[in-house]
Design a protein. Structure first.
Length: 443
């Protein structure tokens, strides 16, 4: 796709001075800048999610919090509960407020939760902080994915989502890396660092254009057309049947020809988010359980997130050739196979390779799954379709950390720490394989 780096003036709405938008005199940013800001937002979000798993070993040693493995699993699960409500809220409100307002609101919310975690005097306050973080993350994640999809050519949705969400992996990779560097210092510094994204809000809201889909819904045809021309997008003039409908935007998601895909997307998101949250919360502890030191376990977790970043960028490009559906199936299968091989406790150098490759399966399956969802819904349904898939998928985010805690505290052998997550990876691959081709959508 060819995009110009020259910025264009936003046309005036009736009643505003020439060259000014309702937000003041600003320009339409280049698509490269839009993707970069989305990348930074995703990086901060990934860090705020992964920091919990990286700090679990230190949290277990904190006499002030005084928690055991089961309580740590519950605190990891409340993030998923918060994300369920946040994503549901985003799905219901995106047609009213648009992606950018919700992203800014979500960033403010999860930054507030990180403040609570940094200062929490008790386990209860810490848990509430993780719940608030979850609400903010639940709002931001689907909105960033939907927004990037809306400003991308249809054939390049998977590539651009992969590029933007590689930031998620880089941010998450920084969490165990910083935890390793700060060993011996208070783990609360990790949460203080997570407050940083709040400074993005004013800059982001000032520079980024609204989605053309949202602008047309609000009657701003001229600006929508200008953005489509700048980013080489097809017209987003909505079909009346693509309107979200009643019941918090769920109506059109269960219309004939759509409901089967909706249910499969929900199953896919459940499995994907179970892996994301279960693995990110427990991988360092799982590795310690089979004999690795804490420092080695944290570095291997860094390797996993490096595999995520590499995998989603390459996967997004490969999806342009073989299709997004095929790459999502491959990602889930890579995750399942890697887990099964890790359960055999191979030599260290092979284990590092497996951890690196597995990141594409654990986390890449969910990231590219979001791109699959975005390509299968009509543009007018993309925001609430993604939000509701991720909202239902948050049940998996709740189950994942608790599942890991249950296996770790059960009499089952250490291999079951890996088997327990390989099974939902296989189910996720099956759900992706069953997603039908929707008429008029790309594969």
């Amino acid at each position: 796709m060819t995009t110009t780096h020259q910025e264009q003036k936003v046309p005036a709405k009736p009643g505003t001075p020439s060259g000014q938008s309702p937000r003041g005199n600003r320009t339409i940013a280049s698509q490269g800048l839009v993707l970069f800001i989305a990348w930074v937002i995703s990086a901060m979000e990934g860090y705020d999610l992964a920091v919990y798993g990286a700090s679990v070993p230190a949290i277990l040693q904190d006499p002030g919090l005084n928690v055991d493995l089961a309580q740590v699993g519950i605190m990891g699960s409340v993030v998923g509960i918060g994300m369920l409500f946040g994503a549901g809220f985003a799905g219901a409100m995106v047609h009213r407020f648009g992606h950018l307002r919700l992203i800014a609101f979500g960033i403010a919310i999860f930054s507030l939760g990180m403040v609570a975690n940094a200062l929490a005097p008790t386990a209860a306050v810490f848990g509430i902080g993780r719940l608030v973080v979850g609400v903010g993350l639940g709002i931001v994640l689907p909105m960033v994915n939907a927004y990037v999809s809306d400003i991308s050519e249809p054939r390049k949705v998977a590539r651009n989502v992969g590029l933007a969400m590689s930031g998620y992996a880089i941010g998450a990779m920084c969490a165990p890396l910083l935890a390793a560097l700060l060993m011996g210092q208070s783990y609360r510094w990790l949460y203080i660092i997570g407050i940083a994204p709040v400074v993005l809000v004013a800059f982001m809201y000032r520079r980024l254009p609204d989605s053309p889909v949202f602008l047309r819904r609000k009657g701003n045809e001229e600006l929508a057309a200008l953005i489509e021309a700048k980013y080489n997008l097809p017209s987003t003039k909505a079909n009346p049947s693509d309107r979200p409908g009643r019941f918090l935007g769920l109506g059109a998601l269960f219309a004939p020809g759509v409901r089967t895909s909706t249910l499969l997307f929900w199953a896919l998101s459940f499995c994907g988010l179970l892996l994301v949250f279960g693995i990110s919360a427990w991988l360092p502890t799982m590795l310690q359980a089979i004999g690795y030191s804490l420092g080695s376990a944290l570095i291997q977790t860094v390797a996993m997130w490096a595999g995520v970043a590499t995998g989603v960028i390459l996967g997004g490009r490969i999806a342009e050739v073989i299709g997004t559906k095929a790459i999502v199936i491959c990602a889930f299968l890579v995750g399942a196979i890697s887990l099964l091989l890790m359960s055999l406790q191979p030599p260290v150098w092979i284990f590092y390779i497996l951890v690196f490759v597995s990141g594409f399966g654990f986390i890449g399956s969910q990231i590219l799954g979001n791109a699959l969802i975005a390509t299968r819904y009509a543009p007018a349904l993309r925001g609430n379709g993604l939000s509701w898939a991720l909202a239902i998928g948050r049940v998996g985010a709740i189950v994942g950390p608790s599942l890991g805690a249950w296996v770790l505290t059960s009499p089952l052998s250490d291999e079951w720490n890996f088997y327990a997550f390989a099974i939902p990876a296989l189910v996720g691959a099956t759900a992706a394989a069953l997603v039908p081709r929707m008429v008029g959508r790309s594969s």
